[in-house]
Ligand binder design. Sequence first.
Ligand code: F0G
Length: 341
Amino acid sequence: MSGTPGLIARWRDRLPVTARTPLITLGEGNTPLVRVDRVAKAAGLPPGSVFVKVEGANPTGSFKDRGMTLAISKAVESGATGVLCASTGNTSASAAAYAARAGLRCVVFLPAGKVAAGKLSQAVMHGAEIVEVAGNFDEALVMAGEAAKTKGFALVNSSNPFRLQGQKTAAFEIIEQLGRAPDNHFIPVGNAGNITAYWMGYKESGAKPRMFGWQAAGAAPLVSGKAVKNPSTLATAIRIGCPVSWNGAIAARDESGGAIGKVTDAEILAAYRLLSSTEGVFCEPSSAASVAGLLKLGRARKAPAGLTVCVLTGNGLKDPGITARWKPKIRRVKAGGAIKL
Ligand code: F0G
């Protein structure tokens, strides 16, 4: 017994690994697929037709762990002594954790002031070397790419093909959990690696759900068709103006007969709140963009028929700053005092 196996062990015949690849794992993958009837109702869909894939249940609290277990394992196999990434937060948290486990240096380039507190604390505690860039994610990514030319370092952003290979396993799991492929797949889109990876995973399984990607309205280059210079949204994880996997996202949309749309910050927060307060599922705001998109189509009476899966990419605990917008009613009492409910 070597502990919870993780997704490389589970899907190794479908991944680019050999007997010589060291397995750097934290037991990632195998995340819950939760039926959400309140969400279905709000979108005008029948009970049992909408599920959420809770990727915040991965070891570092986001889907990034799927790609990172493979990217870091392959980096070790290739003899790297360090890894690098730019990140809106989750990639850096995941890279830092897996690098710590592998005994590699980890350098992360973060857009100053735009990384949620939980994610930053993970990078700190896992011992990453932090470079704060006075700029946005897209600018930080250019710097990480340059720095990655340093001997011994591997870039572990989603431009690294092993990242997408690892992330595609989520599509395999969904098909296994539902007993069939969904008809529609809803997903937040930032740098567009994840929508590309899911589409690859579905295609490899012979499945063809319609892919619906959702960007934040202030950071929606794939909707407008042109890069956004100063992306802006409270959904900081997807605050990206020029996605690396642009072509992958467009191919997923067009080959599947899907769409890429945008949702406002208010719509994202409404979905975030609906999930947490009526379904008991706490995701981070960026993740709620997928459900916000479904609700938006529902309001227009255009929610697609059939079985729908919405990916919730990261855990709500990542971003405690956002919850400060809700003022709880708290009763303050003396210990031992009576309280009327
Ligand atoms: N949701 C969350 C919670 C994310 O952290 C990200 C990306 C996305 C969605 C979008 O995924 O980039 O594959 O389209 N976060 C990256 C990061 C950019 O640095 O953590 P994508």
